[in-house]
Design a protein around this ligand. Sequence first.
Ligand SMILES: Cc1cc2nc3c(=O)[nH]c(=O)nc-3n(C[C@H](O)[C@H](O)[C@H](O)COP(=O)(O)OP(=O)(O)OC[C@H]3O[C@@H](n4cnc5c(N)ncnc54)[C@H](O)[C@@H]3O)c2cc1C
Length: 430
Amino acid sequence: MSKHIVILGGGMGGIATAYDLRKLDKSLKITVVSGRPYFGFTPAYPHLALGWRKFDDITMPLAPLLSKHGIDFINENGESIDPDANKVKTTGGKEISYDYLVIATGPKLVFGAEGQEQHSTSVCTAEHAMELNRKLEEFYKDPGHVVVGAIPGVSCFGPAYEFAFMLHHELKKRGIRHKVPITYITSEPYVGHMGLGGVGPSRRLMEDTMAERSIKYIANVKITKVEPDKVIYEDLEGKTYEVPCKLSMIMPRFMGPDVVASAGDKVANPANKMVIVNRCFQNPTYKNIFGVGVVTAIPPVEQTPIPTGAPKTGMMIEQMALAVAHNIVNDIRNSTDRYAPELSAICVADMGGDAMGFFASPVLPPRSVVKYKKAVWMHWFKSAFEKYFMWKVKTGDVAPFFEEGMLKLMFSVHPIHLCKDCAGSPGSPC
Ligand SMILES: Cc1cc2nc3c(=O)[nH]c(=O)nc-3n(C[C@H](O)[C@H](O)[C@H](O)COP(=O)(O)OP(=O)(O)OC[C@H]3O[C@@H](n4cnc5c(N)ncnc54)[C@H](O)[C@@H]3O)c2cc1C
């Protein structure tokens, strides 16, 4: 009988794993369980917030898509996992047995500053981004001070930078930029750190770019409170400051959703409820459970005065998915070969007219390759990548052969490699 693989989450990590598994073995029974009925291209959510994309441009309904590729879909969230019984219970009361479970639920958003959820906005989900778009349309009629920022513990800084730069571009286009002071307030020790300890000259580039665009920045501070007309932050000595604001977009920090916590402390990291995985993205206790994407517990790149986390970018997630798919299929076939993802990160911060791109491989220093570029064509590259990714999702192959060849040629990227010893923290050398 064919093995049953259940994947929790129909986002970037879940879909990539489902497609990679299907490509490796046509006989597997694969079920994706996800409460959201669509796949959404998260990197374009800031664009959705600015009205530069429509919902339908960057989303695809999952049910017809997955059935076309012989993958079952249950449009409910996973509610609890019983790792000893190999069962998942859904919010609709279904009980699903699995041979292998891949947890790819993405994050639970934590709006950790007082008043953040009520008085600030976010671009982390399509719904949040569309709500922000409605608020922006009102704001343009009577503009004022904007604060863009990130609270302590944030691991995903890219969208905050993008939003600040893209908003600058939009305000200029509308002829109202001179009416809108923009302040970027962050828990990063310096701008351009991005939870990665910086990439090449990212600090200098970000500082210059913010200066060129008249965006004031305040780094190494904790945003503690958001009120309807101000953001309050604290420096390392505990002294508090206020910045007036009419509109704010402040990144929440991420933790694992409750379904991960339900599996107990051997699956959920007690500190942040993210999935405990080894170098090969397998849970060390329950060997038939794997983690892919933002929900995996990866240690921070370095300690920072105010906590920051390591970002899990699209490229890293595709590599995790590919490694996990190979590891599951090899386990089924009684092969001892196990793969670890390289965990290389590409971050492209769109700025409207141009964009800034950073490449770090591997993500945890020391790095073999670091590249960066700020150019007009990078803006078009990011837009083209979005279309390319949506095409990949539609065709059912997220790792086409030519992509691997191109990445090898351009960046010396090898998405996954044979791992001699899976024990050890994700991203550490095998
Ligand atoms: C705003 C934003 C912009 C980003 N931009 C970039 C970028 O430009 N480049 C880049 O490389 N990376 C970017 N990232 C980082 C990363 O690529 C994305 O976050 C990516 O979508 C993460 O994929 P994922 O599969 O882990 O989670 P998601 O894509 O969020 O998918 C998780 C899925 O699981 C579902 N789910 C949630 N709970 C449950 C449950 N209990 N049971 C079942 N399903 C559940 C969710 O509804 C969702 O469909 C960005 C992240 C954000 C938030």
